[in-house]
Design a protein around this ligand. Sequence first.
Ligand SMILES: [Zn+2]
Ligand SMILES: [Zn+2]
Length: 260
Amino acid sequence: MKNKIDGHVHLENGPLNKEYVWEFVRSAQEKGITTLHILDHTHRFFEFRDMYKGVYESSPLQREWFEKKQVNSIKDYHKLIEEMKKENFPIEVKFGLEVCYCDKNEQFLKNILSQYPYDFLVGSVHSIDGFLYDMDAFSKELLWEKQDPTTIYKRYYDQIQSAIESDLFTQIGHPDVIKMYNYPPGYDLIETYEILAKCAKDHHVKMEDNTGAHYRYHHQDVGLNKEFRKILENEGVEIITASDAHYPEDVARDFDLLPK
Ligand SMILES: [Zn+2]
Ligand SMILES: [Zn+2]
């Protein structure tokens, strides 16, 4: 297999303990992965709560979702990382966070993220002005059927650009995942792809080729949009393969379907 890095796998559905980390490492090793980036969403950790005010105050459905996700202190995660650094892993294993980025939280993020030396930091956009765009249970009702898709796409890419320019992150999570429900953007995205590619190059940020939307939401693209990938490659942006696995068995999922 050509893609030997899985740059984005989640501990989300399991405990923050050594045994669970090893399940991901073993799965990666079985699939020929030599570098594994383990992370979790900032929404898991109490210390990031203030950042989600806009999300949990926008709708009771989102509040219910959010409260279920908040289960640990970031200190539990840091303790786990320190413990894991002493393990003798058969592959390279790095630890970081997937940060829900929104430009208005930049100062908050600067402060909190500088308090621990993560191996990598993924910046992802998961909401549009407080509304989550990828929840099968309610995103269509709360967002997609209320707002013009063009506005949603533009807000999404505007936030992706700010995330790159913030210099807070080493990589950008699923940069074009807003396509997941196949709502047409209503405008040509090529110029956006070109701006983002230049920006990522200037700020030395990796862009993910993330297979999550393919196997979880059945989007026809296996990872990045074809044109977007070509533009990123031409600009010399580093592309990092990522499964966005939420379970050990999904590590490296569908990497064999990515273009060679
Ligand atoms: Zn994400
Ligand atoms: Zn993720």
